[in-house]
Ligand binder design. Structure first.
Ligand code: SHN
Ligand code: NAI
Length: 185
């Protein structure tokens, strides 16, 4: 079963175990989301160092998991990935097992961000190319720009009205938004 959610984890600590292309992709994703990212692996891609991640060039040790909110197991060793996942889940972290997503409790979707709106697509399986294709398709159907601040202000103003006027203002705003995204009444 899935819980789709948007997490705000600004400056919380995240650990990536592994130092290859998957580690780099996850490190960038987590850093972009504001987390403090540490990467641990005997072999680290030079980009991980160049981009300023907190890197430890050695094998994983269980003590590395202390205090981590998000943990990504993406080494080339299925045994190490399974061990990292097992220990990190036991500590209550959100855990992504890169080789076997169902073993962890966190999957990474294909993400589309436009003007404050986030669309995340997960296939629930190992089909990143489908998730990417669907993102492209959704992008084609999204308006280029959406006046979010104006609509938010309109909604706030409507909420301050009395019941009847509020209902009328909300209904006008709903119609305006539906028309702007290309839907009928
Ligand atoms: C289960 C999942 C991971 C999870 O959530 O745990 C998963 C699993 C696997 N991916 C593999 C391969 C690649 N994945 C990508 C890219 C992305 N993969 C992503 C998600 C997911 N990939 C999750 C399921 C998504 C879903 O279906 O909903 C995206 C959307 C998000 C992200 O990764 O952040 C991101 C696009 C981001 C973007 O475009 O923005 C590329 C590069 C590319 O296509 O450009 C390659 C080529 C190799 C490479 O370059 O690494 C392999 C094969 C392993 C092998 O080689 O054997 C496995 C494992 C397996 O199949 O077992
Ligand atoms: N989810 C996804 O998008 C994808 C997942 N995968 C999975 O992720 C794994 C990693 O993929 P790549 O980044 O291409 O791997 P890679 O083979 O390029 O790198 C593996 C990394 O693991 C590190 N490592 C090995 N033993 C370790 C240990 N004991 N402690 C810490 N680090 C250790 C190595 O030093 C290296 O940095 C693959 O084995 C595969 O299962 C692979 C491609 C895409």
């Amino acid at each position: 079963m899935n819980l789709a959610a948007i997490l705000h984890l600004d400056s919380e600590p995240a650990l990536i175990v592994g130092g290859g292309p998957v580690a780099l992709r996850r490190a960038v994703t987590l850093k972009t989301a504001g987390l403090r990212v540490r990467v641990i692996a005997p072999d680290l891609l030079p980009e991980l160092l160049a981009l300023g991640f907190d890197c430890c060039q050695r094998a994983f040790e269980p003590a590395d998991l202390a205090g981590m909110r998000i943990v990504v197991a993406c080494t080339s060793s299925p045994v190490v990935n399974a061990e990292v996942t097992r220990l990190a889940l036991a500590l209550g972290a959100l855990v992504n097992h890169a080789g076997e997503a169902g073993a962890g409790n966190l999957r990474f979707p294909a993400v589309l961000e436009r003007g404050g709106v986030t669309v995340a697509i997960s296939t629930g399986s190992e089909l990143p190319m489908l998730a990417q294709a669907l993102r492209e398709k959704v992008a084609l159907s999204l308006p280029e720009a959406l006046p979010l601040p104006a609509w938010t202000a309109q909604r706030d103003a409507a909420l301050s009205l009395g019941a009847d006027a509020r209902q009328a203002a909300m209904s006008d705003l709903r119609a305006e938004i539906r028309a702007a995204v290309g839907l009928g009444a």
